[in-house]
Design a protein around this ligand. Structure first.
Ligand code: FAD
Length: 434
């Protein structure tokens, strides 16, 4: 095969890679090549049509915080947008309470409320705000006290991240963990909450096509996209890559949206950088999508801190858009962390169904699901342990010096969301094409 030559090689056609290519096209910069290993584009922002349902890779909701992001998404989706007010809950102690747990204790058993409130008061009396660089355990204890930590912060986050709270950093917490005042914690213990806390009180979701609709809108003008073409090797010094089904590609600049740890395995790196790459840890998640021939609650999603539920979150996709499931049906996405996925698939799914019945999302003796789709996300959460920041810094600096620029949630090994990834990839592509 003849060597392909391009100015900008983009690896990975998730929302980041698509955004980079889309914006290069819009500026008339046609000399790029976008390669994607899968048979479809979208990455984790893709969707799968099955049995009349539209399933996503778990809930993928557009939380937009900037005018820039809002304008871009509205231009892309046009009228294909549903706007929703969040209905998020926590299920624990056989009660469903509002989100966030720390400001919505109302509805829990009285002894649990007392433990949480007194713990929070004691923590604030100590008046020792979290120290910079504190581990998640110390960060959460100093802000919320031992009761809220014992009943939510610790078990929920250990389930989600797959590491104990003392091994997790706190540098991911803002803007994801709301920090109510003590007055708000106390008020939320005695009255049902009315204040909308957190980064996502309302959100957008495509009316048709699931999350993939946004990727489809980005992909519309992207001419140089090659599917089924995996980046297999990178020679950082020669600025060449080997791509499955395409052969050798000579580039001037490389935009990498593939996971940083994967990328590090494709290039020859000095030993110290290899050690950094080896230290990067990710949490794997199974998304179990289920369709049912019955209706369910009108909630959007529920968090589950307790160990006897194998999942940490269950969402109801059919409440995001009437087109996500056939009329009269409902669809769920259940997020199961890797540590609860070991063993027999049938037994895992049975305990998921039991859990949905116990918390009331399914009626007693529910009908059998009429659609099941398991989606495994190998790299779902980049774990914020003490190795992460120095490793990302060292690796991205070295790669950048050699014309390989990382972006996206996994390219930068971070806890980001779609808006941030869309805009960062656009800005990077436009900067590199100047
Ligand atoms: C469980 C979960 C729920 C989430 N919910 C939300 C939400 O509600 N709202 C929100 O805004 N964000 C959410 N996110 C975050 C969102 O998924 C990311 O921000 C976004 O998908 C990142 O896009 P990306 O293009 O950077 O990465 P990806 O989507 O991972 O895309 C990378 C692409 O690279 C391809 N690739 C990998 N290796 C190679 C290779 N060697 N060669 C070629 N191609 C390769 C992959 O196939 C993939 O298509 C969630 C994430 C998770 C895990």
């Amino acid at each position: 095969m003849e060597t392909i030559k391009t100015d900008i090689l983009i690896a990975g056609a998730g929302i980041s890679g698509l955004s980079a290519a889309h914006h290069l096209e819009k500026r008339g910069r046609k000399n790029y090549l976008l390669v994607e290993k899968a048979a479809d584009y979208g990455g984790l922002c893709g969707s799968v049509q099955k049995d009349g349902y539209t399933f996503d890779w778990s809930g993928h909701l557009l939380h937009l915080h900037t005018n820039d992001g809002m304008k871009l998404v509205k231009n892309l989706l046009g009228g294909n947008i549903n706007r929703l007010e969040r209905s998020a809950w926590i299920y624990s102690h056989q009660a469903c309470t509002g989100y966030p747990f720390q400001a919505s204790l109302y509805g829990l058993p009285k002894d649990i409320i007392t433990e949480c409130v007194t713990g929070a008061v004691r923590a604030r009396e100590n008046n020792s705000p979290p120290k910079p660089g504190a581990c998640f355990r110390d960060w959460a204890l100093s802000l919320f006290g031992d009761g809220i930590c014992r009943h939510f912060m610790f078990p929920y986050n250990e389930k989600l991240w797959g590491v104990p709270p003392q091994e997790l950093g706190s540098d991911w917490c803002a803007p994801f963990v709301p920090r109510p005042s003590l007055d708000e914690i106390i008020r939320g213990a005695y009255w049902p909450g009315d204040k909308k806390f957190g980064y996502n009180p309302s959100f957008l979701y495509p009316l048709k096509g699931g999350c993939r609709a946004l990727c489809a809108a980005l992909a519309e003008n992207v001419k140089n996209l090659k599917l089924g073409c995996e980046l297999e090797k990178v020679d950082l010094h020669a600025k060449t890559a080997v791509v499955k089904n395409l052969g050798k590609v000579k580039y001037k600049k490389l935009i990498a949206t593939v996971p940083l740890k994967t990328l590090a395995g494709l290039a020859a790196l000095p030993a110290e950088l290899r050690r950094h790459a080896d230290a990067l840890k990710a949490q794997k998640v199974r998304v179990l999508n289920l369709g049912f021939p019955c209706k369910t609650a009108d909630k959007h999603w529920i968090y589950f801190p307790e160990a006897d539920f194998p999942f940490y979150r269950a969402g109801i996709a059919s409440n995001f858009s009437p087109n996500a499931a056939p009329a009269g049906h409902s669809s769920f996405y259940i997020e199961i962390p890797a540590q609860n996925c070991a063993g027999n698939e049938a037994a895992i799914e049975k305990s998921v169904l039991k859990g949905l019945e116990r918390c009331g999302l399914l009626p007693k003796n529910p009908p059998k699901p009429d659609s099941v789709l398991r989606l495994d996300i190998e790299t779902a959460y980049a774990v914020y342990n003490s190795d992460r920041a120095p490793a990302v810094q060292a690796l991205t600096a070295y790669l950048g010096k050699h014309g390989c620029h990382c972006t996206g949630r996994y390219g930068l090994w971070r806890y980001s969301f779609m808006e941030q990834d869309l805009l960062d990839a656009r800005d990077l592509a436009l900067k590199l094409s100047r």
